[in-house]
Design a protein around this ligand. Structure first.
Ligand SMILES: O=C(CO)[C@H](O)[C@H](O)COP(=O)(O)O
Length: 220
């Protein structure tokens, strides 16, 4: 298991001041950018032009999370912007193996996300195609929701399957991550933690990131 990483979600940032909001999280390992299309999830955020602008000013690697339909059509365009990783949802891809290969060929890390109720088992044979798997610990669409403990057994099963591949595949969790929940997710085997409201509502977001990482480190 690798060192824990904290990727704050800018979903909870001030969208009118995104560049300065990046400065407030300078201790992060990457910035998590939530792209929502109001179809795959009932919320609308930002798209290619904003990610392109963020990529040009960000000192942090950009971790794009696509909560959009028709991922096969759009995800490669995000990878071509030069971002660090692109995560598509398994539920929104007709050809996830082909898509993961296209993302890698475009130069980004390839990652796949699962909603809380989507099982990992149908995807175990394709884990080796991925650099990261994201298990949602809330229903995707909004920040500030409560962490779903019912996902913990799936995190454990996925961590075990990743260990079995012998490859350095990251296991990211997203939704409801805070000082109260990060330990449970880390103990189950997650090593990349997305936190939106917990980081941006803290008086010192950069210090909160360090505090969350230190908590997760206890189990690593
Ligand atoms: O993907 C997301 C919602 O779909 C967000 O990244 C996630 O919910 C983070 O927000 P919080 O930490 O406040 O739960």
């Amino acid at each position: 298991m690798s060192h824990p990483r904290i990727n704050p979600s800018i979903l909870s940032a001030d969208f009118a001041n995104l560049a300065s909001e990046l400065d407030r999280i300078h201790t992060a390992d990457a910035v998590h950018v939530d792209v929502m299309d109001n179809h795959f999830v009932p919320n609308l955020t930002l798209g290619l032009p904003v990610v392109d602008s963020l990529q040009k000013v960000s000192k942090l690697p950009i971790d794009v999370h696509l909560m959009i339909e028709n991922a096969d059509r759009w995800a490669p365009e995000y990878a071509q912007l030069g971002v660090d990783s692109v995560t598509f949802h398994a539920e929104a891809s007709a050809a996830p193996i082909r898509l993961a290969r296209e993302l890698s060929a475009a130069g980004s890390k390839a990652a796949m996300a699962l909603r809380p109720a989507t099982p990992i088992e149908p995807y175990l044979d394709m884990l080796g195609e991925l650099d990261m798997i994201l298990l949602m610990t809330v229903e995707p669409g909004f920040g500030g929701q409560k962490f779903l403990d019912l996902v913990l057994p799936k995190i454990r099963r996925t961590a075990k399957a990743i260990a079995g591949t012998g490859k350095p595949i990251a296991l990211q969790v997203d939704g409801g991550i805070s000082r109260d929940t990060i330990l449970r997710a880390a103990e189950a085997g997650a090593d990349v933690f997305v936190a939106g409201s917990a980081v941006y509502s803290a008086p010192e977001p950069a210090a909160e990131i360090d505090a969350l990482r230190n908590l997760a480190r206890i189990t690593h």
